[in-house]
Design a protein around this ligand. Sequence first.
Ligand SMILES: *Cc1c(COP(=O)(O)O)cnc(C)c1O
Length: 376
Amino acid sequence: MRQPDEELAALELASLRRRLPENAPSLVNFCSNDYLGLAKHSAVVSAYQHAVGEYGAGSTASRLVCGSLAPHRELEQFIAEAKGTEAALTFSTGYATSVGVLSALLQKGDTVILDKLCHASLIDGARLSGAKIRVFPHNHLEKLEHLLARCSAQAQADSRLLVVTESIFSMDGDRAPLQEIAALTKQYRSLLLVDEAHALGVLGKSGMGLAEELGLCGEIDFHMGTLGKAGGVAGGYLAASRSWIDLLINRSRSFIYSTAPPPAQAAASLAALQIISSEEGAQLREKLWSNIRHFEQQVPQVSPATSSILPLMVGEAERALELSQQLRDSGFLVPAIRYPTVPRNTARLRFTLSAAHTTQEIDSVTHHPCFTPLTG
Ligand SMILES: *Cc1c(COP(=O)(O)O)cnc(C)c1O
């Protein structure tokens, strides 16, 4: 039988062993997804505390049993309105959303076409569904069209064809050509799911993401996202038309067979979304984008930055780990991202910026001597 220690030794040898990092509060954090600083926002924290007082710590059962409480419904109503859909459904996490949604929407005989860099949770959901999986090279529209043409020609009359992309990609920080993808899915009568995990709070007039920024909300069948990143709390959502949401309530196993998220999580998420879509949210986005622009002025390799994720390419996993450690020794938390999260030999330091960073914090990390060989 394979022993765990042997597997761990092999990972160690390849500089691919992972350990839980200690996030000492004294470190300046450049890896949080809390892009607007809402995790510690007083209105979000007090919504959490208030809901704990009113509803208790937990939801006590699955949503379909007796766990569906007012905060869940209010959150879903807000999301549906903000996304311009008839309905929305929330899950415990974004991961549970991906897995639960894709495996419920698709079955054997259906086809799902994913961007090569789609998040692990989307791939897992696609695999679990039993549908045929096709992958197009990252943001490659011609290859996507080629697959759509072939798959739609082969499709049975009642089978589903679904294209899945992120709007901002989590490890590269670049954007999907959403307009073109939406046009192609329309042309080939395919469904479209867009995961806005890293765009919620960051893009769009009311912070709803890239679809809002591009005026494409009406072109997307399934709006997905997480409340654990710019939302600052936890949870995932899917916004869609009423029938799709009703189908998910009936078929999505990560929704049905799991205790509902704590009502306080939903209440705090709602408070966060209210801030994101308010004037205060717009000001936080402005601060975030001015931080992003400032960072890329100091480190032109990450330019042009199109999101709050700024990867600085290193190459070898070992080198990326060394740099991350040097930064840590100087008081900065910057993760080395390695295979299998990203392809082999594309290890990188992945900076994420927040509206809560000060200009001084950005200056001090970007002037760290370890960057001199990388940034010249
Ligand atoms: C983070 C992420 C998820 C998972 O969301 P969680 O709430 O952290 O479970 C799903 N999709 C994408 C693209 C993500 O970046």
